[in-house]
Write a protein that binds this ligand. Structure first.
Ligand code: AMP
Length: 288
């Protein structure tokens, strides 16, 4: 695996590869890598000729400065893990490489309702920052495919909207959420949980599964209200939301046909955890 820090060198490398007909797969990350990230690298290795993984803790996507300063960083362990993976290139740019004109004058992206709902509502500016960094990284890496995790479901829809509106010819592949054996969605932020919090954290996934089983065609308001009540006993919830899986528009009364996603964001101490499960159409209901 080659480690590259400068955008110009990365672009030179990428140009050589694409000129010889190689397809680039790209996995953008913020590091503190875990099996969820490494699974994206593995899938890219199966589908593309060259796999580029980036590690960049993007300052523009943190609406909470405390979250930014406390974000786990352990580059040596990350390099060790990637050396054993199917990654061919690790790109670790500085802030100056990604934002050569500084962090003051940044462009704005039209993300429609996605920016007002759930993560958009509770983390103002977060998705603008995600688009700012993704746009810059994609222009440097020029991948044929980008691999992202379903754990950040809304982020996948936001990036997909950005790719479409900027006419990027990139396939975004949304990959399954990788979980600990007790169901907790793997996340770099889990490193910040105390032992007690770590023991409590899998409750989020249990809650999602139990609520998903209880969701039926008709009014699901009471299921959602009960879920938020139960979550509030141990967590500080931002939301428990049932939504159309394609648009994230909230759905309370379900027709049984619309594919759904059930999403949660909640704090355990000062660590914010998110997770979701998808709920497909009921078999036998008329498809779109
Ligand atoms: P992050 O480093 O948290 O910005 O995540 C980088 C990429 O890894 C994003 O596309 C995430 O959705 C994905 N990812 C993070 N955790 C998981 C997980 N548990 N399962 C699958 N993908 C994940």
């Amino acid at each position: 695996m080659i480690i590259i820090k400068q955008a110009a060198l990365l672009q030179e490398f990428i140009q050589r590869q694409t000129a010889s007909g190689k397809q680039i797969g790209f996995i953008p990350t913020m590091g503190a890598l875990h099996p969820g990230h490494l699974n994206l690298v593995r899938i890219s290795g199966q589908k593309c000729d060259i796999t580029v993984c980036s590690i960049f803790v993007n300052p523009t996507q943190f609406n909470d400065p405390g979250d930014f300063t406390k974000y786990p960083q352990r580059i040596e362990k990350d390099i060790f893990l990637l050396e054993k993976s199917t990654a061919d290139v690790l790109f670790i740019p500085s802030v100056k490489e990604v934002y050569p004109d500084g962090l003051d004058k940044l462009e704005n992206y039209d993300l429609g309702a996605l920016e007002q709902l759930m993560e958009g509502k509770f983390r103002p500016g977060h998705f603008q920052g995600v688009c700012q960094v993704m746009n810059r990284l994609l222009r440097m890496v020029r991948p044929a495919m980008v691999f992202m995790g379903s754990k950040d479901y809304q982020q996948c829809l936001v990036v997909s909207k950005m790719l479409e509106s900027l006419d990027f010819k990139v396939i975004l592949e949304r990959c399954p959420t990788v979980r600990e054996t007790d169901g907790l969605a793997m996340s770099s932020r889990n490193l910040r949980l105390t032992a007690g919090q770590r023991a409590t954290a899998p409750f989020i996934y249990q809650l999602l599964i139990n609520a998903a089983i209880a969701i039926t065609p008709g009014n699901n308001g009471p299921v959602l209200a009960a879920a938020i009540r139960k979550l509030s006993l141990q967590f500080k919830p931002d939301y428990v939301e049932l939504a159309d899986a394609r648009t994230l528009e909230p759905v309370q009364v379900w027709d049984g046909i619309t594919p759904l996603v059930l999403l949660v964001a909640a704090y355990l101490g000062d660590v914010r955890l998110i997770d979701n499960v998808q709920i497909p159409s009921i078999p036998g209901k008329t498809e779109y």
